[in-house]
Design a protein around this ligand. Structure first.
Ligand SMILES: *Cc1c(COP(=O)(O)O)cnc(C)c1O
Length: 386
């Protein structure tokens, strides 16, 4: 049969410990979750501030449904823009101290919308070598040439910008917080280099929303680069605890995205309950200083605890903490052991990270109690590969 090759490929993945076993969660997302009727400490979700099951968001989603129903039943540009969508965008712009914000269905989609709207044939994209898959795919949708620069290296970026022809449009793209290593792009230095060579600058702040900056305003706020970064892409699927993507920036950039962002033009709008919940999330974030601090305190506590136990946490300085293990099999086995001991933290293997750089990725949240963190450290110690 024409699809016989698929079974072979899947078997190969299983042999190489690269097959992704997708587990089913039977409870709301929180510091503890239920899988196979088993209660587990959860260190896997991007639920940084514990908003995924927050009562305010639940109530806001219900209230939005009562007022507007469920589906917008159209793309934004035809009949899918409700006053609720506008309210969210205005609220986000104020929160992020940006001139304007446009929302998309997801963060992934935001990258597919933004990048091809900004560059095309004959243009150049400069992309950090560890940028997220959605950025890579967004770049592929353009006919621009992609030049990869060394991870978080403004000097390598500068060399590549210097070597490029002067008369073409250029776009520099970086993740804000890198999702697999938990390090942060030096956006201030990247901005210096980028502006020196007249290139546009785009940052994808998916793991910085709700995490970096004052009350989780994100990486642009963290580096005080308001009005300087041309486009800040973000997601409401992580720290915000809901679902949705966004782009923040100058009015003319956002207006252009509403005219030329293809997923905005050709894919239906965010659903009503999502938009309602996101509005509630921003309201919470506006006063979230304490929550964000708790998130960082928890992360620092867990990271130093893991280091004391002799684990290699790589270059992490954020609530994303990898436990570097090397071989996929080691990581898969440790994840399995953790699960048996009552802790959920998944192995991350190729192609999500390079071959030989398999790891357990530990995701922190403000929702974990000190007791839960101590219990987690005990379990990590018990499951440490010899
Ligand atoms: C998670 C992530 C996305 C995708 O966001 P979704 O809203 O889940 O689609 C995009 N970019 C980066 C850097 C991410 O980490």
């Amino acid at each position: 049969m024409a699809t016989d090759w698929i079974k072979k490929q899947v078997d190969e993945l299983k042999d190489q410990h690269l097959y992704n076993n997708i587990l089913t969660i039977e409870s709301p997302i929180g510091p503890e979750i239920t899988i196979n009727d088993k209660k587990l400490l959860n260190f896997c979700s991007n639920n940084y501030l514990g908003l995924a099951n927050h009562p305010n968001l639940r109530e806001a989603a219900k209230a939005a449904i009562d007022k507007f129903g469920i589906g917008p039943a159209a793309v934004r540009t035809i009949a899918g823009t409700t006053s609720l969508h506008k309210e969210l965008e205005e609220k986000l712009a104020k929160f992020k101290k940006a001139e304007a914000v446009i929302t998309f269905q997801t963060g992934f989609v935001a990258n597919l919308a933004v990048i091809p709207a900004l560059v095309g044939e004959g243009d150049l994209i400069f992309s950090d070598e560890l940028n997220h898959a959605s950025i890579i795919d967004g770049c592929k949708l353009t006919k621009a040439e992609v030049i990869r620069y060394a991870h978080i290296s403004p000097s390598d970026l500068e060399e590549k910008l210097k070597a490029a022809p002067k008369d073409c449009k250029k776009l520099v793209i970086t993740d804000g917080v890198f999702s697999m290593d938990g390090d942060i792009a030096p956006l201030d230095k990247i901005y210096e280099v980028t502006s020196k060579y007249g290139a546009m600058l785009m940052v994808d702040d998916a793991h910085g929303e709700g995490v970096l900056g004052e009350s989780g305003r994100g990486i642009v706020d963290h580096f005080h680069l308001h009005g300087k970064v041309d486009v800040e892409v973000g997601t409401m699927s992580k720290g915000f605890g809901v679902m949705g993507g966004l782009a923040a920036g100058k009015l003319e950039v956002i207006e252009w995205l509403s005219q030329r962002g293809r997923p905005f033009l050709f894919s239906s709008a965010m659903t009503i309950p999502d938009v309602g919940a996101c509005i509630a999330a921003v309201t919470l974030l506006e006063n979230s200083g304490g929550l964000v601090k708790k998130l960082w305190d928890n992360a620092d506590y867990l990271r130093s605890g893991l280091k004391k136990l002799g684990f290699d946490t790589g270059t992490s300085i954020t609530p994303i903490i990898p436990i570097m293990l090397g071989e996929a099999e080691t990581a898969q086995n440790m994840s399995k052991k953790l699960f048996e001991e009552g802790l959920f933290a998944k192995a991350i293997v190729y192609p999500t990270v390079p071959q030989g750089k398999a790891r357990i990725r530990v995701m922190n949240s403000a929702g974990h109690s000190k007791e839960q963190l101590d219990r987690a450290l005990e379990i990590f110690e018990k499951c440490k590969p010899s």
